[in-house]
Design a protein around this ligand. Sequence first.
Ligand SMILES: Cc1ncc(COP(=O)(O)O)c(C=O)c1O
Length: 450
Amino acid sequence: MDTPICDFVNRYHKSGVSRLHMPGHKGNALLGCEPLDITEVAGADELYEPQGIIAQSEQNATALFGTAHTFYSTEGSSHCIRAMLRLATEQWDTAKDGPPLILAARNAHKAFITAAALLDLDIAWLWPQQQSLCSCPVSAQQLKQAFAAQTRRPCAVYVTSPDYLGGMQDIAALAVVCQSFGVPLLVDNAHGAYLRFLRPSQHPIGLGATACCDSAHKTLPVLTGGAYLHISTTAPQNYTANARQALALFGSTSPSYLVLQSLDAANRYLAMDYPAKLAQCAEQVALLTAQLQQNGWVVAGQEPLKLTLNAAAAGTTGYAVAQKLRRAAVECEYADPYFVVLMFAPGNKQQDFQRAYEALGQVNYNIGQQLQPHNNTLQAPPVQAMRVRNAMLAPHECIEIEQALGRVCGSPMVSCPPAIPIVSSGELFGEQEIALCRFYGVQKVDVVAK
Ligand SMILES: Cc1ncc(COP(=O)(O)O)c(C=O)c1O
C-alpha cells in the first residue's frame, strides 16, 4: 500500500527548499521531528478540501476499513464525536420538532457532553441496571424499551464500545433495533480501531453501526491525536456527503502533518502482516489473563487487547495495584478504586508481559488498603434541572464538592482517564451524586453560578 503523505513530506524535506512559511521552527530540529512537520504548502493538499495526497491516503484507509469513507482527524476521537453528532442533527427541523434528542448509554466520554451542548441536543440517558461509572451494557431489549419510552423520535442512538474496562456492547443486536426504528447507531469506538483487523472483524462498522470514531492513536501505532471518522455504506446519504464539513466545523485550520503522516504510514503497516501480529498479541494477553486467573485474580471485560483486573475482588484497590506495578516498572492505563486496566498492542515486548505477570503474582498478598464497601452506581438517575447547553454555557463557578448539594452541574469535571462524567451538565447534585463524587476522589465541581 502506498504512503502518499509520507512520500511527499520526505521529498519536501530532502529538497532543501527555503521554508518561508509556517511553522516557525523552519524545519530545524529542537525535538527531532521538526524537519517533517510542515503546513499546507503547494502539493501538501488540504485536510478539509483534499484532492491530492490526503484524498489518496484516506482512500487507502477507506479500503482497509471497508467503509463508505474513512475521514482523518488529527484531533482525536473528541473531534470526530462532535462531527458525528453534527451529522446526526443537521437535518433535524428544530422549528418543527423541537431540539434533537439522542439516546445515549450513560458511560459516555466528556466529549459527547460538550458536543451535545454545542449542538443543542437533549440527551435521554440509557440506565441499565448493571451500569457503573465506566461500563453501561445495553441489551437490545433495553434499547427497545428506551425507544418505546420516548415521546419524540431520537435523531440517533449513541453507545461507547469498547468501554474503558474492556466491556463490549452487542453492536450487531443494537444495530438491528436501530434499523427497525429507522434511527442511526453511532458508536464511540475510540478504544477499538484494531477490532477491524481481528479475524473475523469485530469493528462496529462491520457489525451494523451507521458511523463510528476510532482513536487510531489509542491502539494502533499512530501518534497521539490521530483518529478516524468512519461512515458506513448503509449510512444516510448526508453522512458521507457532509462529514468533511462537519469535521471542519470543529477542527483547527492547522492540522498536524506529523499526525497525518502517522495515519498514512499506519495504512501500510495495517495492510502488511498486522492481522497476524495482532492475533499473536491477543493470544499473549489471553495467556497472561489465564495465568493471572489461576493465581486468583478476577478479570473483567472481553476486549482482546485489554486486561482489566478487579482489584476490589482481590481485597485491595486499583490504586494499590497500580502502585505495585509502578514499582516493577510497569505503568497501567487506568486505575480507580475497583479496577486496574492494562492495554497491550503488538508493539509490546515479551518483557512487558513478563513484568506484569511477576509484579501481580498471586492474589493473596497484602498490597494495600482494602476498599471500603461502597455502591459505585447512582441508585436513581440524577434530576435534569437545566438543558445541557444552557447549563454548559451559563456562567459557572468552581466549588468544593461538600458545598454542592442542590447545585446544578455546569461543565462536568472529570479527569482523563476515564473522562466519564459522574454528574452531567444540567443535572442536580444530590446526596447520592455527592457521595459518588467523593468516592471517586472528586474534590471540586463546576456548577452554574447563582
Ligand atoms: C471512550 C472514549 N471516547 C473518546 C475519547 C476521546 O478520544 P481522543 O483522546 O482521541 O480525543 C476517549 C479518550 O480517552 C475515550 O476513552
